[in-house]
Design a protein around this ligand. Structure first.
Ligand code: DAH
Length: 361
């Protein structure tokens, strides 16, 4: 028996020394001390021995068990210490390396977001509220409530994206302009109303100055005595502030929109002789927005009394004025998500546009 114990002890000690991972060591432990392990088998054999034999074999086997258990523990501690040392060596940090720039230093604000922030700053300062409406609209809000008669050619001119008809046969659409938000605002806000409504708009059109998704900002003023002189003033003040110039000269041309009467298109005086367009000087004109006095039918459709309330509205392409102000030539690049473009034309995230701190500085 003592030979068996000595052999087993030697072989287990060899296995323990050879175990080069905690997993290998655990396998040795199970092979010796597990339920079916070699030492457990020896312990079980005690029961079949004579009391004489047991007297010597008992302490010897238990001694082996204690010894092997202690050796396994010691080997496990050594393996853990080794693994930790290896990790510490692999994970060394070079604290002299230069810091990576923070996200606030490398991130850029898209020119469209920047211009929306600039527009918001200017009109908030004039006492306007900001409102938004859904991109997916009904035919009623996009056309009918805005006084587009059924079958009127102006509906066709909008190159509308329609959704498939639902069970009742009605088709939703992607709004072709921000004007439906005028109706939604008049339905929910009691006059006097002074609101600007920026957002995404959609038309089936694509070339250097048109993309299927683009941005507009709508303006609406409704009160008992709002008039066209105020409209002129608001637009002039806005354009001066936006283009950051001392003065602008505007030209109002008669036009047609179903939702305004009279309707006008506004050109801004500019100089196009050099490489860039300069606003506020020169002898050229650039069309910049549509506007007019809100049609009485529109006021009535939105639930207000056109004999009591009147007002004016305007609509302007945000991408277009962004291109003019910041000198981009192709609108399609706005939505290409090319990081080199945004690095060149984007704005620093912490430079928020304000009237007191400068809009684009
Ligand atoms: N909704 C028009 C368009 O997309 C722009 C417009 C013109 C809006 C005149 C207005 C307005 O509010 O009064 O072409």
């Amino acid at each position: 028996m003592s030979d068996t114990i000595a052999d087993l002890s030697a072989s287990l000690l060899r296995d323990i020394a050879a175990a080069d991972s905690e997993t290998a060591l655990e396998a040795v432990r199970v092979s010796a001390l597990g339920k079916k392990g070699s030492i457990s088998a020896l312990l079980a054999s005690l029961g079949k021995m004579s009391p004489e034999e047991r007297k010597t074999a008992g302490p010897a086997i238990n001694g082996l068990k204690t010894e092997i258990g202690a050796q396994i523990e010691a080997r496990r501690d050594a393996l853990r210490a080794q693994a930790l040392e290896k990790r510490l060596a692999a994970e060394t940090l070079d604290v002299t390396l230069p810091l990576r720039p923070a996200p606030s230093a490398t991130g850029r604000i898209h020119p469209v977001s920047q211009v929306i922030d600039e527009i918001t700053a200017i009109f908030s300062d004039m006492g306007f509220a900001i409102a938004e409406g859904p991109d997916i609209e009904t035919d009623y809000y996009n056309f009918t409530a805005l006084n587009f008669p059924e079958g009127h050619p102006a509906r066709e001119m909008h190159d509308t994206f329609f959704f498939a008809p639902d069970e009742t046969g009605t088709r939703k659409l992607l709004r072709t302009h921000t004007s439906p938000v005028q109706i939604r605002t008049m339905e929910t806000v009691a006059p006097p109303i002074r609101v600007v409504m920026p957002g995404r708009t959609y038309r089936n059109d694509s070339d250097q100055t048109h993309t299927p998704m683009f941005h507009q900002v709508e303006g609406l003023v409704i009160d008992k005595s709002s008039h066209i002189g105020q409209l002129r003033w608001v637009l002039e003040e806005f354009l001066k502030a936006f283009f950051e110039v001392e003065s602008v000269t505007l030209r109002f041309r008669p036009s047609f929109f179903p939702f305004t009467e009279p309707s006008m298109e506004v050109d801004v005086q500019c100089d196009r002789s050099g490489n860039e367009v300069r606003i506020g000087e020169g002898s050229d004109w650039l069309e910049i927005l549509g506007c007019g006095m809100v049609h009485p039918n529109v006021i009535a459709n939105a639930g207000l009394d056109p004999d009591v309330y009147q007002g004016f509205a305007w609509g302007m392409g945000i991408d277009r004025i962004a291109m003019l102000k910041y000198g981009m030539a192709d609108l399609r690049a706005f939505f290409d998500a090319d990081v080199r473009w945004i690095e060149h034309y984007g704005f620093r995230p912490l430079d928020l546009p304000t009237l007191f701190g400068g809009l684009s500085s």
